[in-house]
Design a binder for this molecule. Structure first.
Ligand code: ADP
Ligand code: ZN
Length: 216
């Protein structure tokens, strides 16, 4: 079982890389952002609590996200493993994750930090949208569907945009990352877990770097 954390600011490409690892290796992506969006869509109590906080680009409480993660970790030892995407996002969350893994006898293999340029992130995030059926990601300036209004992958014609993917909220999300998430790095560094990858490189080149890290 491989367990990795993908770390990096919003828009760094964590979701894209996690999706690739799922399809190529059968590892399971645990994205607290996706879980929270699913809770909002389903109208659960957690979703109701999270919505306004997420729309503002701020962080949902540690207890809520840790509970969402804990629910997913009860798997047999021969499971292919997990990619944490968007969790942990604070020092208390990192501590909780250590405890959750230790309780199950699981071991974190690597923390992969995607390094990116902040201005590029605002530009990447504020134009992105995705297919409502299969989730394929697109961008107003960098990756439009080959036929306007039709998904390249599944032929779907419904697309969606995240309400927090606007330039102003992106700046808040970046500030939250700097203030609350970046401080989890020194702890992992002290344990020799962190590997850095250039997140400004092409998606294929980032995937190749991650594959090389997982191979050793
Ligand atoms: P991104 O990394 O692109 O900002 P996510 O989908 O990971 O997007 O998260 C979207 C929002 O969901 C965050 O801005 C935050 O409000 C909430 N969220 C997701 N994961 C966490 C977490 N681990 N702790 C607190 N809030 C979270
Ligand atoms: Zn599609």
């Amino acid at each position: 079982m491989k367990i990795i954390i993908l770390l990096g600011p919003p828009g760094a490409g964590k979701g894209t890389q996690a999706q690739r690892l799922m399809s190529e290796r059968g590892m399971v992506q645990l994205s607290t952002g996706d879980m929270l969006r699913a809770a909002i869509k389903a109208g659960t109590e957690v979703g109701l609590k999270a919505k306004a906080v997420m729309d503002a680009g701020e962080l949902v409480s540690d207890d809520i996200v840790t509970a969402l993660i804990a629910e997913r970790l009860d798997v047999p030892a021969d499971h292919p493993g997990f990619i944490f995407d968007g969790y942990p996002r604070t020092v208390p969350q990192a501590d909780s994750l250590d405890r959750l893994l230790a309780e199950r006898g699981f071991k974190l293999d690597r923390v992969i930090e995607l390094e990116v340029d902040e201005e590029a992130l605002v530009d990447r995030i504020s134009g992105r949208f995705s297919c409502g059926s299969c989730g394929e990601g697109y961008h107003d300036r960098y990756k439009l569907p080959k036929t306007a209004g039709v998904c390249d992958v599944c032929g779907g014609t419904e697309f969606k945009r995240r309400p927090d993917d606007n330039a102003e909220t992106v700046r808040t999300r970046l500030a939250e990352y700097r203030a609350k998430t970046a401080p989890i790095l020194p702890g992992y560094e002290a344990r020799g877990m962190v590997v850095r990858v250039d997140g400004m490189a092409s998606m294929d080149s980032v995937s190749a770097s991650i594959a090389a890290i997982l191979a050793d």
